[in-house]
Ligand binder design. Structure first.
Ligand SMILES: [Zn+2]
Length: 87
């Protein structure tokens, strides 16, 4: 089942090990790896001490200030991520 703000492909990775999102970079400050799904464009925060979660682009930019450059470096045309319901 898809997590809010993400598709079934990247959500299923945590269960099946398939459909892994692309790694954009690692934040030492947040102690987390930031990934992005090439299928739905969702950003994932994979923390060293927390469960993986879907985050907004704004949050991903806070954790990886050079997010734009990192994404361009991958050369992947990511779709716009689904809207995350707040609350
Ligand atoms: Zn996805």
């Amino acid at each position: 089942m898809a997590r809010p703000g993400a598709c079934e492909i990247c959500s299923a990775f945590w269960v099946t090990g398939l459909g892994r999102a692309e790694t954009l970079g690692v934040s030492d400050e947040f102690m987390a790896e930031i990934r992005r799904c090439r299928h739905c464009g969702a950003y994932w925060e994979v923390g060293a001490f927390s469960h993986p979660k879907v985050i907004t682009r704004a949050q991903a930019t806070r954790e990886l200030p050079d997010l734009d450059r990192l994404e361009q470096g991958l050369g992947i045309a990511f779709p716009d991520p689904p809207t995350i319901e707040s609350g």
